[in-house]
Design a protein around this ligand. Structure first.
Ligand code: ZN
Length: 228
């Protein structure tokens, strides 16, 4: 089972049953000081978080990763240069790079390309797979044709895709991304946090559901999707 909680912007907390049946709690891009966040840093003190995935080092993605790792003992997982930075800040890390599979405990993890920028290393997306669900978080990215390979190779059940435009894909590109990736469920993210990335998730939903078999789950910050 996967329990996916949206923390606003591009931040998610996910409880995922691993390939061997153990449960892992992970965060992706935990900028929990975002204006719509339902959680605070204090909420994480003493909590068990296993891994924090960081797609790139922009402040709205690296966010509070270091502080949460310090508060929880979570390991920061990301591209080599981000892991190096996190290690210098005194937290445990797992470094990887864009390419093949990283086996982390009983999770299946792949860092994917993302068309974006980052000061430390290349920007990435991340695929995380467990026993019952494979999740693709695209990070910040423009549309790229190789998204079809992500769909073909890892067959994500759920894809979190930016729809806000300006810095990432907008709705038009994100609809095309769903057509390329072919997830069962698409979750829009990275919209509405600031004026330049205002977008209507209902429009995304209408366009995706009228052109693909995928369903769109619009999560308000704090809302949870349980899969399957
Ligand atoms: Zn960014």
């Amino acid at each position: 089972m996967a329990i996916i909680k949206y923390l606003g912007h591009a931040a998610f907390e996910i409880v995922l049953t691993g390939l061997d049946g153990g449960e892992k709690t992970i965060l992706i891009d935990p900028w929990i000081e975002n204006p719509n966040s339902p959680v605070k840093l204090d909420d994480y003190r003493g909590r068990r978080i296993d891994y924090i995935f960081v797609t790139h080092d922009h402040g709205d993605h690296l966010g509070n990763a270091i502080d949460i790792a310090k508060a929880t003992g979570a390991k920061v997982v990301g591209i080599f240069e981000i892991a190096l930075y996190a290690r210098e800040k005194g937290v445990e890390t797992i470094d990887g790079n864009i390419g093949g599979r990283l086996r982390i405990d009983d999770l299946y993890v792949v860092l994917t390309p993302a068309y974006h920028s980052s000061s430390r290393g290349a920007p990435t997306g991340v695929v995380v797979g467990g026993r019952d669900a494979t999740i693709y978080h695209a990070g910040d990215t423009g549309l790229f044709a190789e998204m079809s390979f992500i769909g073909e190779l890892y067959q994500p059940d759920i894809a979190m895709l930016p729809i806000g435009g300006h810095y990432t894909m907008g709705i038009r590109e994100a609809v095309k991304a769903v057509q390329l990736i072919r997830p069962k469920i698409a979750i829009p993210m990275h919209y509405g946090t600031f004026p330049p990335i205002k977008a209507d998730p209902e429009e995304f939903k209408k366009l995706v559901e009228s052109t693909t078999p995928a369903k769109v789950a619009i999560l308000k910050p704090g809302e949870t999707l349980v899969y399957p």
